[in-house]
Design a binder for this molecule. Structure first.
Ligand SMILES: Cc1cc2nc3c(=O)[nH]c(=O)nc-3n(C[C@H](O)[C@H](O)[C@H](O)COP(=O)(O)OP(=O)(O)OC[C@H]3O[C@@H](n4cnc5c(N)ncnc54)[C@H](O)[C@@H]3O)c2cc1C
Length: 459
């Protein structure tokens, strides 16, 4: 039996026990050749839920088919294997299950199951502490972590996997709305608790909006559902059909304008052969990071300013069943889509009064019982409401990533500080790397990053 000294510094401290942190822990536990002390710090237990997989509600589905959600780059069908092993969907055969969008909560169960299996055979020891990390500083042995409880810990190496930060509601007055009038879309229980006859306004029209609408439908909501966003584009559905087989490599040598033109051409040609445009997008899915990194800085900026909304609805698609629900609600008039920029949100008796401006700067007003913030993931480092990130930026241990998005990291995931010095003992995972990689949110990217981080940390 291995004897590990738990009084001294831990070997690897993982900050954040969402999907990315847990995948990194599994990688370290599996790769360890000798006794090591691995610590996960996560205030919201049980592990592996983070934002995405914390929902207990069956209507919240994964937006990637089960056959592609495996947590390991060398075993992309591992999630599917797990579902079959535990007989999560008795009577559904393997091929059918591989293409299905199963409830998101299954994924957290899967990750915890694999973590437990890794613990059982590893010479390393895993500790889990329900704590938030407030500060990270360099120290003689490596790093000193200050916890929200005030306690301090030492670690030789660190994984930063603090994940997704919610964007605040972009409206004057929103901060002073009474509790319950302003609801966060990621607060799944609060959305479920909304009275069935209430009129609501959902701000944002992406995946979190879709989550909110399916929850309202599941609770039998009868009130009006206003959806307000600057572009009023709804997420598009996944589609079945033959795979696209064009060569995507030349796209990497084109500028932004040429790429968009070429992609449209591929979609037109594919449609002529009965191939849905969705599969044209699927063809470039594995190249998301390369496509971003081969754009010039100016083209990246143009993309963020002019293209990103259109990109998002084509790239971040939803299950066809969810899309059909949205369309039906819109046709019935229960869901009303508004294009506009939200300006103010003030309480007015039992109502919330929202003021927005349309494209021509004409004001319009929505009176509802609840406003739901579905504006999604905060990408700007300086705006992320996470004390640890603000401390890292303030102390110079980290600097904002390209275009101010996320924090800067090297190609191997090492943190880059304010002077540009690479710190390989701190590995950064997930949405924090968005400025450098763009595609850095979903499991297909996280599993690669987590495996690389584990290798770097063990090395
Ligand atoms: C609503 C939603 C649905 C999604 N659906 C899918 C999907 O179907 N398929 C897919 O591939 N991707 C999906 N994603 C993308 C998703 O971001 C990733 O799959 C994954 O959940 C991200 O995991 P993470 O660990 O990086 O971040 P998170 O899930 O955000 O977890 C980060 C964790 O870090 C903790 N933390 C933060 N700060 C600190 C701190 N200072 N100290 C200690 N702990 C801290 C938080 O409590 C949290 O638990 C979805 C995202 C969202 C928001």
């Amino acid at each position: 039996m291995s004897v590990i000294d738990t009084s001294g510094p831990c070997d690897v401290a993982i900050i954040g026990g969402g999907a990315a942190g847990v995948l990194a822990a599994i990688g370290v536990l599996r790769g360890a050749q000798q006794p090591l002390r691995v610590l996960i710090l996560e205030p919201s237990l049980p592990l592996a839920r983070g934002v995405a997989y914390a929902t207990p509600y069956p209507e919240h589905l994964l937006n990637v088919p089960a056959g592609k959600m495996g947590g390991f780059p060398d075993k992309v069908e591992d999630f599917l294997e797990y579902l079959l092993d535990v007989q999560a969907f008795p009577g559904v055969d393997r091929d059918t299950l591989a293409t299905q969008f199963v409830p998101r909560r299954c994924f957290a169960d899967y990750l915890r199951h694999r973590l437990q299996q890794a613990v059982e055979v590893s010479p390393a020891q895993l500790e889990i502490r329900a704590e938030r990390v407030q500060a990270l500083d360099r120290d003689a042995v490596g790093f000193q972590l200050t916890l929200a409880s005030g306690q301090q810990l030492l670690a030789r190496r660190v994984v930063l996997a603090s994940g997704n930060a919610l964007r605040p509601l972009p409206a004057r007055g929103a901060g002073s709305l009474p509790d319950g009038k302003r609801v966060e879309a990621w607060d799944f229980d609060a959305v479920h608790g909304i009275a069935g006859n209430a009129d609501v306004a959902i701000v944002g029209s992406g995946l979190s909006m879709a989550d909110t609408v399916v929850s309202l439908v599941a609770t039998g909501h009868r009130g009006r559902i206003h959806v307000l966003s600057r572009h009023a584009l709804l997420p598009l559905p996944h589609a079945k059909g033959p795979a696209a087989d064009y060569d995507p490599e030349p796209l990497l040598r084109m500028d932004l304008r040429q790429r968009l033109h070429a992609l449209r051409q591929h979609a037109v040609q594919a449609a002529e052969r009965g191939i849905p445009w969705q599969n044209v997008m699927e063809r470039i899915r594995p190249m998301g990071q390369a496509l971003w990194q081969t754009l010039s800085f100016d083209d990246q900026r143009r993309f963020l300013r002019h293209v990103v909304r259109y990109w998002d609805v084509h790239r971040h698609r939803i299950a066809a069943s969810v899309h059909a629900q949205l369309m039906q609600l819109q046709q019935q008039g229960q869901l009303q889509l508004h294009r506009g920029r939200l300006e103010t949100a003030f309480a007015d008796g039992a109502c919330v009064q929202l003021t927005a401006f349309d494209k021509r700067r004409h004001p319009f007003q929505l009176d509802v019982q609840h406003v739901i913030n579905a504006t999604g993931v905060e990408m700007r480092a300086q705006a992320m409401r996470n004390a640890l990130l603000q401390q890292l930026l303030g102390s110079g241990m980290a600097r904002p990533g390209p275009h101010g998005m996320g924090i800067d990291s090297a190609a191997d995931g090492s943190l880059i500080d304010a002077d540009g010095v690479v710190e390989p003992r701190v590995q950064v995972l997930g949405s924090l790397r968005i400025g450098s990689l763009w595609e850095s949110l979903a499991i297909p990217e996280l599993r690669v990053q987590a495996a690389q981080a584990a290798t770097a940390l063990l090395g």
